[in-house]
Design a protein around this ligand. Structure first.
Ligand code: ADP
Ligand code: ZN
Length: 433
């Protein structure tokens, strides 16, 4: 059985990848300059034309595209082909505001399917797998992207969709599902429901999960593997780049490989906007070099990560990025201290008495911010009584203070008090504005 979905593309020497990137990038810059008035005007304002691109470093001379550009040009202003020539139009789930659109030409579907198939193959999925998709198969790119990937690879898809958790568990048993797709937070919801109705997911045929669409910590990954008895793999992407399929994990489970022949990744300092060298942490910037209906140039993703090129034991030469532990939109500033929800998550997952069901509430108290963390006790713990709960709260408070430097009001709440996720979890309530 082959080791890679597309051996040639996934194991190309660095020089060859770069040469093909340059050619595709030049084509894309010309394509948008000629077809998208927004890009023509933007490039002109910056005094650059596609001819100014002589090598890959020249990309840094081109302007960024930002989320508000997509919103300002909603719905079709950034399309490079008329919408009626698209075979598909998606919109983002709108986690951070007004939705944004993405158009797909026929060849965009092919490239998307290819990138997803690479993701699945690297995760160990083969044509005889039965994959249950718990993503919503609608406007949100995740659901139909995973469907397309399964079809491209030739595996079987069970389009279960989001929610109806008990039914999902019945399907897993009856259909002998081997692979599960969804958000990490939904994986927990599923594991918990299974325990509740007395089903041990470790005893089913499930062997692989591919999760994504929201940040999750390494501790959460291990928790999911443990509770479901699977290997938890990952897919990364965003509507603006067509959806999932931008980057994927391999058997090494360290970082994600970027589909570099489709997307050029850069890291910039979010404040100075200057490109940073490989290895440094900053904001991810992506350029789609093979998309046709809506290729974005230097899109500021607002996710924080690090890029590195190192020989990977899996044999792929594709550039790697660290898993995205945080989107910069999620960063909270509490009494002057920067805080990401994933930091709290990592702390909570190290405390065996609580479950990873939590919510962070920030409010104003006079001139100061008040940080509160509500976290659920594991089912059997809550009954141990007040004293035990106060003790656990104290441990968590102490850890948060030590690791993050903030005083938090911690409450251990009963099992099932916190709303369960069916898609992207909402972990932060900011009442300050
Ligand atoms: P929205 O912006 O409404 O959430 P998208 O579905 O396009 O819409 O979400 C893309 C974002 O989801 C990414 O920019 C990133 O913040 C997050 N994301 C997607 N996949 C992952 C992943 N594997 N790990 C962490 N975050 C992810
Ligand atoms: Zn690898």
């Amino acid at each position: 059985m082959k080791k890679f979905w597309n051996e040639k593309a996934e194991t190309m020497p660095e020089e060859a990848i770069k040469a093909s990137q340059l050619a595709k990038l030049r084509e894309t810059l010309t394509w948008v300059y000629e077809r998208v008035p927004f890009y023509r005007a933007r490039f002109n304002e910056h005094g650059v034309t596609p001819e100014d691109l002589k090598n890959l470093e020249d990309l840094a001379r081109f302007p960024f595209t930002i989320k508000s550009d997509l919103r300002d040009n909603y719905p079709f202003g950034l399309f490079a082909v008329p919408p009626e020539q698209c075979v598909r139009i998606h919109a983002s789930s709108g986690t951070t505001g007004k939705p944004i659109t993405g158009g797909y030409a026929r060849e965009d579907m092919d490239q998307w399917g290819e990138c997803m198939a690479r993701t699945f193959w690297a995760a160990g999925i083969r044509p005889n797998d039965i994959c249950q998709n718990t993503y919503t198969m609608g406007l949100f790119t995740g659901g139909l992207g995973f469907l397309l990937g399964t079809e491209t690879l030739g595996a079987t898809l069970v389009p279960a969709g989001a929610g109806q958790t008990e039914r999902q568990i019945i399907l897993i048993q009856d259909f002998k599902t081997t692979v599960i797709f969804g958000t990490p937070s939904y994986a927990l919801t599923l594991a918990e429901k299974a325990a509740e109705i007395g089903v041990d997911l470790r005893e089913t045929f499930l062997r692989i999960g591919i999760f994504g669409a929201e940040p999750w910590s390494e501790e959460m990954r291990r928790e999911i593997e443990e509770r479901m008895g699977i290997t938890a793999m990952e897919s990364y992407g965003l509507t603006e780049m067509g959806g999932p399929g931008v980057a994927f994990s391999c058997a090494e489970k360290r970082g994600l490989h970027i589909n570099e022949d489709h997307f050029i990744a850069e890291i910039i300092d979010p404040v100075t906007e200057e490109p940073l060298p490989l290895g440094e942490k900053g904001e991810l910037v992506l350029t789609a070099i093979r998309r046709r209906a809506m290729p974005l140039v230097r899109y500021r993703v607002r996710d924080l990560t690090r890029l590195y090129r190192e020989p990977c034991a899996c044999g792929r030469t594709l550039l790697k990025m660290d898993r995205v532990a945080a989107r910069s939109d999620d960063m909270l500033i509490v009494n002057g201290v920067n805080l990401y929800p994933s930091q709290i998550e990592s702390i909570l997952l190290e405390i065996p008495e609580v479950s990873p069901q939590y919510v962070i509430v920030v409010s104003k108290k006079g001139y100061l911010d008040r940080l509160a963390v509500d976290v659920e006790a594991r089912r059997e713990i809550y009954d141990l009584g007040e004293e035990k709960l106060r003790e656990i709260e104290e441990v968590i408070r102490h850890r948060i203070k030590g690791v993050i430097g903030l005083s938090a009001h911690v409450r251990v709440v009963p099992y099932k008090v916190i709303e369960r996720s069916e898609g992207k979890a909402r972990r932060v309530v900011d009442n300050r504005h």
